[in-house]
Every structure is written in structure tokens, then in C-alpha cells.
Design a binder for this molecule. Structure first.
Ligand code: NAD
Ligand code: UDP
Length: 315
């Protein structure tokens, strides 16, 4: 059955893939975005579709639309962007969540929150399971994002307990793919852009810190499975790739795949940069029969091709 789906942050990296996928599945999409980090380029190919509608709107202000389902993704996700105006980041997470939860409550519809592995902070438990409460600095430079997202989860669960709202919370681990912002400072986009331009690869610290990288198609699949799961499964559920690699290994793989002449440089490690991160996805496997299927090499190849085309189109 055709559903009318609201996607906040729909012109961003992940949101644009979600818009496309749900549109292709026969749904009607309302994409709401203030274009802070999102781009029309990410959704331009959808604009001709009569079932795709874009509203320029900041979710820290109330929104009145009629929909059947809500995916709440609006929030800058890269450290450079979310630290640019930290107060606005917190407002987006918290006022934005309150506005979207209020909308879901009025309409009596399901709402999914794009939470993050950052709720685990610099984790003292490895790999991270959903019942781990995290190790988060409340007053640091990453706190606007980490604590904002933690409080948004609190709000979701309070609306669930107090108002019996139908909620879904996913905790997304590092995700990459086409439509990432080329200058958002995240590691995959940085290393690919630097490699393509034969510029120095900027490793922060000694590169021994680890992450687990999930290709965007796998993530979108998990988000939709979560939205469609039985009502009594509300999460939070981890979504991410379980293959953990060091940042140095990632740099070497990307340099090799691009065939780049770039040399590795070592720079200062940002404050509160987590040392290790890898999801435990047993819950997603059990409740959603979900796991990642795209290999790092395949995902990186698609992403490298995307950035190469982007560079060529700008020259
Ligand atoms: P992104 O920055 O590409 O997308 C975020 C979108 O939200 C952008 O289009 C931006 O313009 C929009 N936005 C920001 N503030 C807004 C506001 N106040 N009102 C309306 N729109 C607003 O980031 P992304 O990587 O696509 O992340 C999407 C969501 O997934 C975010 O909530 C993020 O926290 C979460 N997430 C992403 C990752 C990842 O690795 N990419 C990891 C964990 C969680
Ligand atoms: N990183 C790096 N060089 C870069 C960008 C990032 O070494 O040019 C490191 C960063 O310090 C972190 C990891 O890569 O340890 C992942 O960073 P990203 O910003 O992509 O995501 P997050 O820190 O939120 O996991």
C-alpha cells in the first residue's frame, strides 16, 4: 500500500538514499530539510517524480503536514559541521525531536529516530551492545551531538512510555557512500578526495584507532526493516558493519584502490576521538534478520567513482 512518508534531513547523505529507495518502492515522500549540510544535488534526480515533494524547513520549528510515517534524520553528522554551531546542533536534536514526536503523536503514526553510535562515546565495552550505557563527556566539543542524540533517545522513550507512541530507534555506526559531502571532514570522504587529488592523506593521531564502516545501501535496508518490524520491537538497535579496521589500514586501502601518489601524514588527534568502535549487531540479526552484505572494497569502489565524477564535473 502506498504510504506518505516524511523524511527529515532528506536531502542529506543518508536521507537522499532513503528518499530514493522508499519512492522506488511506490511510496509518496515529503522531504523536509533546511539545506544546512544537505544538497539539492543529492535529490535532483527525484524532483521530476510527482510523488516526491521538498519542503525547506528547519525542524527546530513546528511542522504541520499529514503523513503515515516519519523518519527523523535531520541533524548534521560530521564533526566539522555539528561543531560549527553547537547550540543549533543541540536544538536540532532536542527541539527537532520534540517537534517531530509531537507531529507523530497528533497523527498517531510511527516515528523512527536516526540515533548514533556516538551515544556510546569513547566506549569502555567492546564491541558495543545496546545495553551499554556509554562513556560520554557531557561538556566537550563533541557533546552537542552526543548528548543531543542521547537526549533525543530519552524523549523518544518518554513519548513511548507516556503517550504510547509507536517509536523505533536505530543507532547508526559510521556509514559511507555516494552523496557524502566532499568537504565534511569525515574520514572516508577526506581520504578519497585527498587520494584523487594526490594530496597528503591526513591521518589524525597514529591511525591505530578503529572504526567499522557500513555502506549506505545496507544501512537504508536496515532502517526500513526496523520501521516495518513488529510494534513491540522499539529498539534501540545497532545498525553497522562488524568488520573493524584501523584508520591507517583504511588509508592504505583507499590509496591503493585509487592508484594515488598521495603520501600519509600524521596530524593531531581531535579531542575526545573514540579509540575503538564496532557494533554488536546480534539484536538486528535476531529481530530484523539484517546484516550488512556489501564488502568494504565494493562500497569504496562505488564511493570513489562518485567522488571522481564529482571532481570531473567541477573542473
Ligand atoms: P547529513 O549532514 O548529510 O544529513 C543531515 C541532513 O539534515 C542535511 O540534509 C541537513 O541539511 C539536514 N538538517 C540539519 N539540521 C536541520 C534542521 N534543523 N532542520 C532541517 N534539516 C536539517 O548527515 P547524514 O550522514 O546523512 O546523517 C543523517 C542522520 O543519520 C543524522 O541524524 C545523523 O546523526 C545520523 N547518523 C549518521 C551517521 C553516518 O555515519 N553518516 C552515523 C550515525 C548517525
Ligand atoms: N580521521 C582521520 N583523518 C581525517 C578524518 C578523520 O584520521 O582526515 C579519523 C578521526 O580522527 C576518527 C576516524 O578517522 O578517528 C573517523 O572519523 P570521522 O570523522 O569519519 O567519524 P567519527 O569520528 O565520528 O567516527
Amino acid at each position: 500500500m502506498k504510504k506518505k512518508v516524511l523524511i527529515t534531513g532528506g536531502s542529506g547523505f543518508i536521507g537522499s538514499h532513503l528518499c530514493e529507495r522508499l519512492l522506488n518502492e511506490g511510496n509518496e515522500i515529503i522531504c523536509v530539510d533546511n539545506f544546512f549540510t544537505g544538497s539539492k544535488r543529492n535529490i535532483i534526480h527525484l524532483l521530476d517524480n510527482p510523488y516526491f515533494e521538498v519542503i525547506r524547513h528547519d525542524i527546530t520549528f513546528p511542522l504541520y503536514v499529514e503523513v503515515d510515517e516519519i523518519y527523523n534524520l535531520a541533524c548534521p553528522a560530521s564533526p566539522i559541521h555539528y561543531q560549527w554551531d553547537p547550540v543549533q546542533t543541540t536544538k536540532t536534536s532536542i527541539h527537532g525531536a520534540i517537534n517531530m514526536l509531537g507531529l507523530a503523536k497528533r497523527l498517531k503514526v510511527k516515528i523512527l529516530q536516526a540515533s548514533t553510535s556516538e551515544v556510546y562515546g569513547n566506549p569502555a565495552v567492546h564491541p558495543q551492545k545496546e545495553d551499554y550505557w556509554g562513556n560520554v563527556n557531557p561538556i566537550g566539543v563533541r557533546s552537542c551531538y552526543d548528548e543531543g542524540k542521547r537526549c533525543a533517545e530519552t524523549l523518544f522513550f518518554d513519548y513511548f512510555r507516556e503517550h504510547k507512541l509507536n517509536i523505533k530507534v536505530v543507532r547508526i555506526f559510521n556509514t559511507y557512500g555516494p552523496h557524502m559531502h566532499p568537504n565534511d571532514g569525515r574520514v572516508v570522504s577526506n581520504f578519497i578526495m585527498q587520494s584523487l587529488k594526490n594530496e597528503p592523506i591526513t591521518i589524525y593521531g597514529d591511525g591505530s584507532q578503529t572504526r567499522s564502516f557500513c555502506y549506505v545501501d545496507d544501512l537504508v535496508d536496515g532502517m526500513i526493516k526496523m520501521m516495518n518490524s513488529p510494534n513491540d520491537f522499539v529498539g534501540p538497535v545497532n545498525l553497522g558493519n562488524t568488520k573493524e579496521i584501523s584508520i591507517l589500514e583504511l588509508a592504505e586501502i583507499i590509496i591503493d584502490m585509487v592508484g594515488s601518489k598521495s603520501k600519509i601524514t600524521y596530524n593531531t588527534l581531535p579531542k575526545d576521538d573514540p579509540v575503538r568502535r564496532k557494533p554488536d549487531i546480534s539484536l538486528a540479526k535476531k529481530h530484523l534478520t539484517w546484516q550488512t552484505i556489501v564488502s568494504l572494497e565494493e562500497g569504496l569502489e562505488n564511493t570513489i567513482n562518485y567522488f571522481r565524477d564529482l571532481l570531473n564535473s567541477n573542473t
